[in-house]
Design a protein around this ligand. Structure first.
Ligand code: GLY
Length: 253
């Protein structure tokens, strides 16, 4: 998929109040802002025009904008995030996306977090997780089917979201942790396996032929180098403390 735009949101001063299971300590706000700025620079360097929304104080996970929508070339599906504390984030996102696409909404009792949705061309993999339920997946799949997409679900057996562990690194190639590698829904793709001690590196981002990956994962880096794409390394440690990573910080379209 070729992208021209990204939508991001600046982290707020209250980011440490967000949801997390990581047990990696309290994020440092100035360091998080520096990492965010480097991330925006990297997206710009991949050729994207980046919209940076203002921080949404009182919504400490709101900079993880990926969870609030699924954007295809045809439509922006605004989600109903699975965590109660995150549901209100979608209002400003819908307004921002309405400049670019027709928008539709996932409705309760359906829930979807965009972090569970991986677009592989016209096929969509939807992880069923604590955040994304079967009704939400059905609503999303039905909307996308109207535009010619096929879709499949699979359980998120590890990590917060499906894309915490599995991401596209080429049109036909997935970077995946061992947990997901043998699932039949991934059978049609080439796979590059992330070793268990580098599981966080499964959250690597493919943008217009560039790979953006987190620093500190040499085995995964070596495997990705074999693809011959330029690799941009970013430090995301402050976001990792809040269960976040490279994909979560933007919507690309
Ligand atoms: N901290 C990201 C999330 O739990 O949604």
């Amino acid at each position: 998929m070729f992208f021209t735009h990204a939508l991001t949101r600046r982290p707020g001063r209250d980011l440490a109040a967000g949801l997390t299971t990581a047990n990696l300590g309290v994020p440092d706000y100035p360091a998080a802002l520096a990492q965010f700025d480097a991330y925006v620079d990297a997206l710009t360097g991949c050729g994207l025009t980046v919209t940076v929304l203002d921080a949404l104080e009182g919504h400490p996970d709101a900079h993880f904008v990926e969870d609030t929508a699924v954007v295809t070339p045809e439509v922006a599906v605004v989600t109903n995030p699975g965590a109660a504390a995150r549901k209100a984030e979608v209002e400003t996102i819908e307004t921002a996306l309405a400049s670019f696409r027709e928008t539709v909404r996932i409705k309760s009792p359906g829930t979807v977090d965009g972090g569970d949705v991986l677009m592989m061309g016209k096929h969509v993999l939807i992880g069923l997780s604590d955040r994304t339920n079967a009704e939400g997946a059905l609503q999303l799949g039905n909307v996308l089917a109207d535009f010619g997409y096929t879709w499949a679900t699979l359980p998120v057996a590890a990590g917060l979201h499906f894309k915490s562990s599995v991401n596209a690194v080429a049109d036909d190639t997935l970077l995946t942790t061992e947990t997901f590698a043998d699932h039949p829904a991934l059978a049609g793709y080439h796979k590059i396996l992330v070793v268990p001690e580098e599981a966080y590196a499964g959250n690597t981002l493919l943008i217009n032929g560039h790979l953006i990956m987190p620093i500190g994962f040499p085995d995964t880096r070596k495997k990705l180098q074999a693809l011959g794409k330029p690799i941009i390394m970013l430090d995301t440690c402050e976001f990792r403390k809040m269960d976040g990573g490279l994909t979560c910080l933007s919507l690309r379209f």
